[in-house]
Design a protein around this ligand. Structure first.
Ligand code: NAP
Length: 867
């Protein structure tokens, strides 16, 4: 008799994991009428709350917020007993949700997926489980959690210990009794800090082995906070909506108080309030700049260290417990209950591994460089292979057999943290590149699940069977994730956010730090733009709108919010005089820009009279002449003066090592076209003729400008070429106006809402030039003869109406044989790149500008250091 051929079971979707994300995913997929199988390696639902049962395990987000919101009835039927609920209570909650929605029937417990292969001809995933089952599914969804793969104990001799061994991440269900025992705890992250005070209550002797001191604040646990309960009671939907559109997934009003400028009294008051509140998002929001400015961060960090010193009685132990090696917040801060107080107990000792590292675990204890310790039990609270560990361990192979592990060998690459190219129909819930661990997880989980469910519904409705991100879209998102992290202090720490806790793991910032709100908007926009950056296939064909989802840099977005909050009248509703006064007033409040060697003011005699200039000389060394850069400020030919672009000129001077001569020119409407252009050319001629007197090197002269200043800078280049001199070595054009055609797509996209509006641009043109003159190459240099112009560096900002004309100018110059460097200011507006000392994310662009300027003068000296 022939052996029966086993037919693999077929499901529309397979989900791995039955924690918060897996359970809700199952619920939503069922709603769509899809057949679903969930595999869960644990014996019950709960995910992280199933495994992390160590004493003291609690959530560190107020439980009123750490809860599902998809079913309002759940909130009516479940009341959290504490501000920060315990692990058993949270596990009970997840069981309650599973029961209430009858979810368990589709979950196979104690079952692990051992491999998943994309079957191209079948357009399905082939899944194998540890029980030997073979399953086919259309969609494969990882709900495996961010902190679920324990880090193996990377300590010499770890297997040798003959006593009891515990891992906080895999605590025995029957619990552990340390009564009368000598116990070691290795690790002082959240798990260690939560469990140490409780272990100390039982142990006869507790020794904590600390590699890195961690910041922790008291949780001040107690009943669920009355103010939140009140808000939820009065307007539950409003509250949940606010959470979804907040930065961290909890409705917290972001502060605009800067640590560096706040008075001592304000600093102290804000810090103490956050300390008393005992919430992560409070202590991370003492100052607006604490995540980006070391000086501001130090204020908060030092105040926490003061608290530690005043709590821990032994000064040596207190000092060892004071974190010194990372900025506050750049490693996940902890919330504790009596953690530091525990070190005042006579039977508790801290061993600072910085002073005496562990040499080996032995059969009966731990040997450090200085001492041998005997123990009955060792507790490893050593953390996780975070965010990617569970995903790459799952043996996933996509198109052409590409394994996820190999694809991510140099770090994860995802589109929106949801999918990755080469792996069709493979979804990650709260994957790397999404806010996940930097947010209230439940809010991020619901958002991801809703996005995936919506996507599957759209695929079905439109007759598609597969979806996969494009390489271009994914690269754009990866870049944005790293851009956002780069402006913060986070990448400086050896944290698990950076993969730094796992030996050999690539150092890449794993979560998305741009905020839950910005992230949600990006995900929504991708759909609104017809699944931008995704390729969808089906029997009816393929659809792909390839492209990058452009996001504003978070600090640019913050500045935009602040500007909006100031409620200033639109400039185009003002007279030229009032607009100038407004611009001058706002210039008063800016940081001054970097120090330079010398700043002097003077005047340039030109046919029309005298033009004021300001000269910036770089700090020595070297002494002696430098190349010259003639700079023209922005302001639509109407606004601006020597003060308006002063910080930018200092920055250009310091970065380029050149003498920068910033020239004021006649403004419209008093002096209309072509006055500004004529002045620019006359100024260039004068600076060239007086190079030696100005401390310049004769013949080494470039022009530069921003916006309308860039317009007259490049016009001066055209006029100089036509006049046979002076020789100009290069032109730096920052977000230039080069044409009067306002119909390019960037006007359509960015003409409203990004400070320089279409209306304002029209107002500028109306002040400057008659319509009949606007096609003249001295007003619209893009329309001129571009041959023989100096090499150019053009900055084009994503959210600038002028972006496309800048790009068009770059292309046209190239076509005319002019060497061009196009610097894309990703996530920037027309103005933000120039906001020296305010918009940190502009610094890399300005570094590129500085390099371009130096390259105009190959013999010039290296630049000063500017961060
Ligand atoms: P963790 O924050 O990564 O902490 C691990 C600790 O073990 C660190 O102190 C680490 O030192 C130390 N360690 C690791 N390897 C070591 C080695 N070979 N020798 C000596 N020490 C070593 O892990 P976790 O405490 O489990 O927490 C992980 C994350 O889970 C938290 O950041 C948090 O997001 C989440 N969590 C939350 C809660 C909560 O309150 N709800 C509770 C637990 C966990 P280094 O710092 O030097 O690497």
């Amino acid at each position: 008799m022939n052996k029966p051929v086993s037919v693999p079971e077929q499901f529309d979707a397979v989900v791995v994991g039955a924690g918060f994300s897996g359970l809700y995913m199952l619920y939503r997929l069922r709603q769509l009428g899809l057949s679903v199988k969930v595999f869960e390696s644990a014996g019950d639902v709960g995910g992280t709350w199933y495994w992390n049962r160590y004493p003291g395990a609690r959530c560190d987000i107020p439980t009123t917020d750490y809860t599902y919101s998809f079913d309002p009835e759940l909130e009516k039927e479940w009341t959290w007993s504490e501000k920060y609920a315990t692990q058993p209570e949270i596990l009970e909650y997840l069981r309650f949700v599973a029961d209430r929605h009858g979810l368990r029937s589709d979950v196979e417990f104690s079952a692990t997926v051992t491999s998943a292969r994309w079957d191209e001809p079948e357009q399905r995933w082939r899944i194998t489980t540890g029980h030997g089952q073979e399953i086919r599914c259309r969609y494969y969804i990882m709900a495996t959690g961010c902190l679920s793969m324990p880090k193996s104990p990377d300590i010499q001799g770890a297997g040798r210990f003959a006593g009891q061994v515990y891992f906080t991440s895999r605590w025995p269900h029957e619990g552990a009794d340390f009564t009368g025992q000598r116990v070691a705890v290795i690790g002082t992250g959240s798990s260690g800090i939560q469990s140490i005070p409780l272990i100390a209550r039982q142990a006869s002797q507790l020794t904590v082995f600390q590699r890195t001191a961690n910041f922790s604040i008291p949780a001040h646990n107690g009943p669920a906070p009355a103010d939140r309960l009140k808000q939820l009671g009065e307007d539950r939907d409003g509250y949940r909506h606010a959470a979804r559109w907040s930065r961290g997934g909890i409705p917290v009003e972001p502060t605009d108080v800067l640590g560096v400028t706040a008075s001592e009294a304000v600093r102290r008051e804000r810090f103490e309030a956050a300390w008393e509140q005992g919430e992560l998002f409070g202590i991370l929001n003492v100052f607006a700049d604490q995540g980006v400015n070391p000086a501001s961060n130090d204020i908060v960090a030092e105040m926490i260290r003061e608290k530690i010193r005043s709590t821990v009685q032994d000064p040596g132990t207190a000092e060892a417990l004071c974190p010194q090696d990372h900025y506050f917040g750049t490693k996940r801060p902890c919330l504790d209950t009596s953690y530091f107080e525990t070190y005042n107990l006579p039977h508790v000792r801290l061993v600072d591994l910085g002073k005496q590292p562990i040499v080996s675990i032995t059969e009966d204890g731990i040997e450090t460089a200085d001492e041998s310790f005997g123990f009955d039990a060792i507790v490893y609270a050593t953390g996780f292979d975070a965010m990617t560990g569970a995903l790459v361990a799952a043996d996933v192979a996509g198109r052409d057999g590409l394994s996820l592990k190999d694809k991510w060998a140099a770090g994860p690459s995802t589109y929106l943290g949801l999918m990755t190219a080469g792996f069709p129909n493979f979804f990650m819930l709260t994957g790397p590149g999404s806010p996940s661990v930097l947010s209230n997880m439940t809010v991020s989980i619901e958002q991801h699940v809703d996005w995936v469910a919506g996507c599957l519904e759209d695929l079905r409705e439109e007759g598609f069977e597969t979806i996969e991100p494009t390489v271009l879209a994914e690269a754009g998102w990866d870049q944005h994730v790293q851009d956002c992290a780069a402006i913060t202090l986070y990448p400086t720490a050896n944290s698990w956010y950076m993969g730094a806790n796992v030996p050999g793991k690539p150092r890449v910032f794993l979560p998305y730090i741009g905020g839950v709100n910005a992230y949600r908007q990006a995900c929504d926009e991708v759909i609104a733009q017809g699944y931008l950056g995704f390729r969808m296939t089906g029997p009816g064909g393929t659809r792909c709108r390839d492209g990058v989802i452009h996001r504003m840099q978070p600090d640019v977005a913050m500045v935009m919010e602040l500007v909006a909050a100031m409620g200033m009248p639109p400039m185009d509703t003002l007279s030229a005089a009032d607009a100038r006064a407004l611009m001058a007033a706002t210039a008063q409040t800016r940081p001054p820009g970097p120090e330079v060697g010398e700043v002097t003011d003077g005047v340039i005699p030109v046919p029309a009279g005298e033009l004021p200039y300001r000269l910036y000389r770089p700090a020595a060394p070297p002494e002696g002449p430098r190349p010259l850069v003639v700079y023209f400020h922005g302001g639509g030919w109407v606004l601006g003066d020597l003060d308006s672009d002063d910080p930018l000129c200092r920055d250009l001077c310091a970065r380029s090592g050149a003498v920068v001569v910033s020239v004021n020119y006649r403004h419209a409407p008093e002096a209309r076209f072509p006055a500004a252009a004529q002045d620019a050319f006359a100024a260039v001629q004068w600076v060239d003729a007086n190079a030696i007197e100005l401390g310049g090197i004769p013949g080494q002269l470039a022009v530069a400008g921003w916006s309308a200043g860039a317009n007259i800078a490049t016009v001066a280049c055209q006029l100089a070429r036509d006049a046979g001199g002076p020789h100009i070595s290069g032109q730096l054009l920052i977000c230039p106006v080069v044409d009067s055609d306002m119909t390019r797509p960037s006007y359509e996209e960015n003409g409203d809402g990004y400070i320089l509006t279409t209306t304002l641009m029209r107002w500028f043109w109306d002040h400057y030039a008659d319509p009949a003159d606007r096609g003249d190459p001295r007003a619209a240099p893009l329309r001129g003869d571009l041959e023989g112009l100096p090499p150019a560096c053009i900055v084009a900002a994503d959210f600038d109406p002028l972006r496309d004309e800048g790009v068009a100018y770059a292309r046209a110059l190239e076509a005319a044989g002019v060497p061009v460097r196009l610097a894309r200011a990703r996530g920037h507006t027309h103005t933000s790149v120039t906001m020296v000392g305010v918009v940190i994310s502009g610094a890399p662009v300005r570094a590129e500008i500085g390099e371009a300027l130096r390259n105009f003068f190959p013999s010039a000296e290296p630049q000063e250091h500017v961060s």
